[in-house]
Design a binder for this molecule. Structure first.
Ligand SMILES: [Zn+2]
Length: 181
């Protein structure tokens, strides 16, 4: 167990990222849990990636060890909480079914008042239509399957969706000159 190994600092670690191992799996796969590299005991879904200025390797650990290593007993749990909420928003998003439009050959769903659409291009890859934009890739990833497009659709929705109030405000802002204000 790493806690008792010589040469590995116990304190002074920084958390550089927290990853949800359940995030990019499809609905039928099991979560690829990992073992905490510090204590070996925690079976972890949320991996805290830790770095130390006097240690050459990053360590992938669970929440309990991340807290001890960083001396921070607030943010590691907060980070997990944020990811857990995001996972449940993704689940809700995915629970709304896509509707196929045979005429347009598109898949659409209305979610929280906005339409998002997936369409296969004639070259075989997929595009996502949302918020008056077309996305042929997201974060450098192209969508070469419906599944990959569906995963990105959630991320695009999260980044670009607006509420009814936002849209009304935008509309008002873009028209205010018309009213001489
Ligand atoms: Zn641990």
């Amino acid at each position: 167990m790493t806690w008792s190994k010589e040469g590995i600092p116990h304190k002074g670690w920084d958390c550089i990222d927290v990853v949800d191992l359940a995030e990019n799996i499809d609905r039928t796969s099991d979560i690829p849990y990992e073992q905490c590299e510090m204590c070996g005991n925690e079976r972890i879904r949320f991996v805290h990636i830790m770095r130390h200025p006097q240690y050459p390797h990053e360590l992938r650990v669970g929440c309990v060890c991340a807290e001890k290593m960083s001396g921070d007993y607030v943010n590691p749990r907060k980070a997990e909480d944020t990811l857990r909420k995001r996972a449940s928003r993704r689940k809700n998003f995915n629970n709304t079914e896509w509707r196929f439009n045979p005429e347009k050959q598109t898949y659409s769903k209305k979610y929280k008042g906005e339409y998002i659409t997936i369409k296969r291009s004639r070259y075989g890859n997929f595009g996502i239509f949302f918020a008056n934009k077309i996305f042929w890739n997201y974060n450098g990833r192209k969508f070469n399957s419906f599944d990959s497009a569906e995963q990105a659709a959630f991320e695009i929705f999260e980044e670009f969706h607006t509420t009814q109030a936002d849209r009304e405000r935008q509309y008002w802002l873009s028209h205010r000159n018309d009213y001489g204000e």
